[in-house]
Design a protein around this ligand. Structure first.
Ligand code: MSP
Length: 504
């Protein structure tokens, strides 16, 4: 049976509409899911929306809606944007769904039954946008360190998860699983938090009602984070379908931004241990997309929305940029100018130009019928290297490096054409060999690049006269040199990526 590959994005709060920061994580998860489908893995890709908590309750009030109306509306926006971006999620979870409410109650009840939840009083400085309490030391000039906004003093009786008991078990788990948090810097950050010492955390609220009821104490609802994190378990049948759950858990790859590292890399693994589960196999933590050096936020009015960029660059131009431009881990600054430059260089001048040159020469000198590649082409070696390096990079959560490896093959094919100048050659076996090699490169590139640009790659595949689609192919066999059979009609068509002029 094929390998299970379960990949998740964080679930997005429904007080904010999707911007390019959210899209960055989701497109990355989508590309990983698509890569693993090429490998023939049994892929399950989950995304969704986080709909409970004070923040949502207040934003709904401000909008004159009930929290559920607000959640319905914004959750639908997320679905639409993911559809526009060709996101291939297998499920979309909403934390207000009955399946999730039941799963949270089962999960937390099992932590309670295992003796890791106690009663206590909580008070502290609370940031509503973060849905989190802060120590005085964490505050910056009295404000929330993330949002820079005033915090509120809250005091309530609630239930505590005995996180302090999990300091050593977490350290043991980190020691036994060197790859559990990626990249290394983020792993060290998480270990640093654990080593500083862990205090018990409050997991319930009486001050609000917009949440999942605590099954053993009516009048309390779970604090939104302890409801939200469990979504990753709900979607694969936690508490209802043990066989399915065990198939995908703990072999899960969870992607998240650095602002929610503490919840995912400390609290969540501890909750899993307390509930008697293995923590997730891999937590991939990325940096922020900044705009002009600042985090995007509603209050700063500097959010950029996917549809605006898609209008200029197309869906695949959008997907390619965000996968290629930032390496997964550090922060990256978004700029429209560098998006245009990258689009022109990588897509118009490299990929687009390769197809256009090949189709033109085949049209003029081979009667529009693509010749077969040579068995001993110098490009065969480059193609094998690209496959090897791209595979290793996708495995290491490095889409940018994977695409770089793929584009090296495009670069080599363009250089091969420039060296041989087939546009000056007479029709015959020598010309056929050069064109066959270039067509074979295009075929392989369509497969390797399909996780990033599914629509474009399917389109190029069809123009090469190939049957089916690149995403139906299986690696590594399909990328072995010599798959382009020759004798197929090659269609020139319009430029794949018309060049863009830099903004004035
Ligand atoms: N609802 C919680 C997550 C719960 S997961 C059990 C949440 N939601 S969020 O909508 O605020 O953020 C979701 C994800 O988007 C986070 O990983 C966050 O890092 C990411 N991003 C939000 N803005 C971002 C950028 N500007 N850049 C990159 N990612 C950022 O937190």
């Amino acid at each position: 049976m094929s390998n299970p590959f379960y990949v998740t994005t964080p679930i997005y709060y429904v007080n904010d509409v999707p911007h390019i920061g959210h899209a960055y994580t989701t497109v990355t998860a989508d590309a990983l899911a698509r890569w693993h489908r090429l490998l023939g893995d049994d892929v399950f890709f989950l995304t969704g929306t986080d709909e409970h908590g004070l923040k949502i309750q207040r934003s709904a009030e401000a909008n004159g809606m009930t929290p559920l109306e607000q959640a319905d509306a914004t959750s639908a926006r997320f679905r639409e944007v993911w559809q526009m971006l060709n996101i291939s999620n297998d499920d979309f979870i909403r934390t207000t769904e009955p399946r999730h409410i039941a799963s949270v109650q089962t999960f937390m009840q099992s932590i309670f039954d295992n003796g890791f939840i106690r009663k206590g009083t909580y008070s502290g400085q609370y940031c509503v946008p973060c849905e989190a309490y802060y120590n005085d030391d964490d505050l910056v000039e009295g404000n929330c360190p993330i949002h820079g906004r005033p915090v509120e003093w809250l005091e309530e009786d609630n239930w505590f998860f005995e996180l302090s008991k999990f300091e050593q078990p977490l350290l043991d788990w980190y020691a036994a699983n060197p790859d559990c948090v990626h990249p290394l810097g983020k792993r060290n950050e998480a270990l640093g938090i654990i080593k500083q010492g862990l205090e018990d955390v409050s997991v319930s609220r009486t001050s609000i009602s917009w949440g999942v009821p605590v099954p053993w104490d009516e009048g309390h609802v779970f604090y939104v984070w302890y409801d939200a994190l469990i979504n990753y378990a709900t979607a694969i049948g936690y508490g209802t379908d043990t066989e399915r759950f065990n198939r995908f858990w703990p072999a899960v790859h969870q992607l998240l931004g650095k602002d929610i590292l503490r919840f995912h890399c400390v609290y969540w693994p501890a909750m899993c241990l307390a509930a008697g589960l293995e923590p997730p196999a891999r937590l991939g933590v990325h940096g922020f997309l900044l705009v002009g050096g600042e985090k995007m936020s509603k209050t700063r009015l500097n959010q950029i929305f996917p549809a605006d960029l898609v209008a200029d660059f197309g869906v695949d131009g959008f997907r390619y940029h965000f996968l290629r431009d930032n390496s997964f881990g550090p922060d990256g600054d978004f700029s429209y100018e560098s998006m245009v430059t990258r689009y022109n260089t990588d897509l118009a001048n490299n990929f687009g130009n390769l197809l256009s040159r090949v189709a033109t020469v085949v049209g003029k000198k081979c009667d529009g019928i693509g010749p077969a590649p040579a068995a001993d082409s110098p490009l065969a070696e480059v193609a094998a290297e690209s496959l090897r390096d791209a595979s290793a990079a996708w495995e290491a959560l490095a889409p940018s490096a994977a695409l770089d490896a793929t584009w090296r093959l495009i670069g080599a094919a363009n250089a091969h054409l420039e060296n041989n100048e087939p546009w000056k050659m007479e029709p015959g076996p020598a010309l056929d060999a050069v064109m066959g090699d270039a067509l074979e490169v295009l075929r392989i590139v369509c497969i390797l690049a399909t996780p990033a640009m599914p629509e474009t790659c399917a389109h190029v595949w069809a123009r090469l006269g190939l049957a089916g689609t690149p995403d139906e192919q299986r690696l590594p066999e399909a990328a072995a040199w010599g798959g382009y059979p020759g004798g197929l009609p090659v269609i020139k068509g319009d430029p794949l990526f018309p060049r863009m002029s830099p903004p004035k």
